[in-house]
Design a protein around this ligand. Structure first.
Ligand code: PMP
Length: 427
């Protein structure tokens, strides 16, 4: 009888309804956050519309703000030289590369930019992708597979995590910047896998501290893994001439297997890159889906990135000014009793405030005082570690920095005095 029922059921037409997006737990989370923000009268600090280019200052709703929410570290975004190069590229090549470089062919800017990047890193080759995020996804997804192991710092960027997921590799994380913890993992696991990749960031995007590259290279020499360093927040920032983490530590860049970076920050463009050996670049150009099956970098954005690199190399004083500003911000913030976490005061200085709503409220209170700085809330950072994240640029003035720190300390104290916070609604 059971068999007859089963057969009967199988022959029935299926009436299965697709899930409604409104019923997904993801949507419920969005709604809860919205309600919490509305209940507490905290305006949404995200997706604010800016009236013009945003650098050390910005205009929102017709009002001028001191801005700490732009990655324009070396203030190249509004540089006339960069704008002229981009405009010339539009006149010559149009806006778009229009298809994959495999199909639509190269533009001179692609080749020049990749040569410039490989020279900057002192390696054989580089390859550019249309976004920094895609660079991590496509590269890790291409190089690693289910027989492989990826070990990463617990604080690496979401794009690297997405790449690992795509690859199907086994994933382990080590405690932030804790090379001993990494070695412990390597000791127990290293013989079981075809390849091992270790991923770190040069300057960590949420915390503003620096990877212990010398110790990582020492470990690499003993355990034979590939080392990938994401330089998104280190290019133009670390090292006397802004070449990044290897210059900061005085190391040979060739000892790192995979340098990754984005074109959207110091180089005021859009896109990402991998720099390393010629074989690595050849593999990615032939096999990485995000390169082969996606449009080539816009010639306009390639030209803008090249012009920004010109400035980076011709004017190392911008990097010096950025460093002075970062250190000043950190020093003032510490003196004011703010919790700057692990930051060592280069491009990123967080002010950790605890729960997410307090961070959102503080961001709004500072906006009212003429400071634009965004909160970073769970799940981007662990629960209870919500923060305001200040991006420093070389164009901030000493007065702007001192004023921002003083206001942050005052407004945070006001919130603490009012015991503002609703940890149960942590976002
Ligand atoms: N890596 C890190 C460390 C980042 O912080 C970011 C973006 N903030 C990316 C990669 C992705 O770069 P993009 O925004 O240029 O796509």
């Amino acid at each position: 009888r059971n068999r007859a029922e089963r057969l009967n059921r199988q022959s029935q037409p299926q009436h299965r309804q697709a899930a409604r997006f409104e019923d997904l737990p993801e949507y419920k989370r969005v709604e809860t956050q919205r309600m919490a923000v509305a209940m507490l009268g905290v305006g949404n600090p995200f997706y604010r519309s800016h009236d013009g280019a945003a650098g050390a200052t910005t205009r929102i709703g017709g009002r001028e703000f001191i801005n700490f929410a732009s990655y324009d570290y070396l203030a190249t975004n509004t540089d006339p030289q960069v704008a002229t190069s981009a405009k010339q590229a539009i006149d010559r090549f149009g806006i778009s590369a229009s298809a994959s470089r495999l199909v639509a062919g190269e533009r001179p800017g692609h080749v020049e930019l990749e040569q410039r990047l490989s020279r900057l890193y002192g390696v054989d080759a580089a390859v550019c992708f249309v976004s920094g995020y895609l660079t991590n996804v496509a590269t890790i997804g291409c190089l690693m597979g289910p027989q492989d192991l990826v070990i990463h710092d617990e604080f690496i960027h979401n794009s690297a995590l997405a790449g690992i997921k795509l690859s199907g590799a086994v994933r382990r994380l080590f405690k932030h910047n804790d090379v001993e913890n990494l070695e412990g993992i390597l000791k127990t696991l290293s013989s079981d896998f075809r390849r091992i990749l270790v991923i770190v960031e040069g300057v960590y995007s949420m915390d503003g501290d620096v990877a212990d590259l010398p110790a990582l290279l020492e470990l690499k020499a003993r355990y034979g893994f590939w080392l990938m360093v994401d330089e998104a927040h280190a290019l133009g920032v670390l090292g006397k001439t802004g070449r990044g983490t290897f210059e900061h530590f005085g190391l040979d860049p060739r000892d790192v297997d995979i340098w990754m970076g984005t074109l959207s920050k110091t180089t005021s463009s859009c896109g990402g890159y991998i720099a390393g050996s010629s074989a690595l670049a050849d593999i990615l150009k032939a096999e990485a889906g995000g390169f082969v099956y996606s449009v080539g970098l816009s010639p306009v954005l390639a030209a803008a990135a090249i012009a920004s690199l010109d400035i980076l190399q011709a004017e190392p004083e911008r990097t010096e000014r950025l460093r002075r500003n970062g250190h000043l911000f950190l020093e003032c913030a510490k003196a004011a009793g703010l919790d700057t976490g692990l930051s060592v005061g280069y491009s990123v200085v967080p002010v950790i405030v605890g729960d997410s709503l307090r961070a959102a409220q503080l961001s709004n209170d500072l906006l009212a005082e003429g400071i634009n700085v965004l909160p970073i809330i769970h799940p981007a950072v662990p629960e209870g570690m919500a923060r305001l994240r200040f991006f420093i640029t070389c164009n901030h003035t000493e007065e702007q920095i001192r004023c921002a720190v003083a206001l942050t300390a005052r407004k945070l104290k006001d919130l603490q005095d009012r015991n503002f916070g609703l940890a149960s609604l942590d976002m």
